[in-house]
Design a protein around this ligand. Structure first.
Ligand SMILES: Cc1cc2nc3c(=O)[nH]c(=O)nc-3n(C[C@H](O)[C@H](O)[C@H](O)COP(=O)(O)O)c2cc1C
Length: 220
């Protein structure tokens, strides 16, 4: 059996640079402001991430006002990146993402990617599935999709020369109350984005043989 080994192209090399250069950065140049246009461009690329049934349950609350960043600071246990970074993006998962199914599959029809009757049957199938799913299962889906989109956001940011840090270190209850976020939206994580003032600490990874198993998991 032959295994194809494509020679690395320029794009592949730059992609590997991006994933190797991404580090969690906790010290930002407070003078650097990423414009809303650029943030929107970053988020547009970000949303090319995959999601269950392509329902794209991610919602982004971009916090770029100095007052609101100050308000977030104690909620995020005084992590300075919250105020120093250009913006903090709260990644939220819409627990009612199924409400967008018709729009999403309608877009696929308009783009010529899918016949209308196929789109209709997808929407019916997913609507039935989601209405009978336990809420915990839907929550699990939005966390999974939210994790994928968060990673994509950090890589897109790095590719554009910006730095990020993902944050679970904040009080979710206080955050949703302070920012008026309804129960419909589950907070996934906060991501600070800006220009590093100090590089992130180098980190190590477990050897690949500690985390990878072929065909069978170890018993213990
Ligand atoms: C879900 C999640 C939550 C995290 N929460 C925080 C946090 O609250 N504060 C922080 O400084 N770093 C946080 N981190 C960053 C990790 O510490 C960091 O990713 C890890 O040490 C590996 O370093 P690297 O990202 O530079 O490769 C978080 C990372 C993840 C994935």
């Amino acid at each position: 059996m032959s295994v194809s080994q494509p020679s690395p192209t320029m794009e592949q090399q730059s992609f590997f640079d991006v994933i190797r250069e991404r580090r969690s950065v906790r010290s930002y140049d407070p003078e650097v402001k990423i414009s809303r246009e650029e943030l929107t461009e970053i988020l547009q690329e970000t949303t090319l991430a995959p999601s269950a049934a392509n329902l794209q349950p991610w919602r982004f609350l971009v916090i770029d006002s100095p007052e609101l960043k100050q308000k977030l600071l104690p909620i995020a246990f005084n992590q300075q990146q919250v105020v120093e970074a250009s913006a903090v993006i709260a990644v939220l998962g819409d627990l009612e993402s199924i409400r967008m199914a018709e729009k999403i599959y309608g877009q696929a029809v308009d783009a010529g990617f899918m016949p209308a009757d196929t789109a209709k049957s997808f929407v019916e199938r997913y609507t039935g599935m989601y209405s009978s799913m336990p809420p915990e299962a839907i929550r699990q889906i939005v966390y999974t999709d939210g994790g994928l989109v968060s990673m994509q956001l950090m890589l897109v940011a790095r590719a554009k020369g910006y730095d990020t840090v993902p944050m679970a270190g904040y009080d979710k209850q206080k955050f949703t109350e302070a920012f008026g976020i309804s129960d419909r939206y589950a907070p996934v994580m906060l991501i600070a984005i800006g220009k590093a003032a100090k590089p992130g600490h180098p980190t190590t990874r477990l050897p690949i043989e500690d985390v990878t198993f072929f065909n069978e998991m170890p018993n213990e």
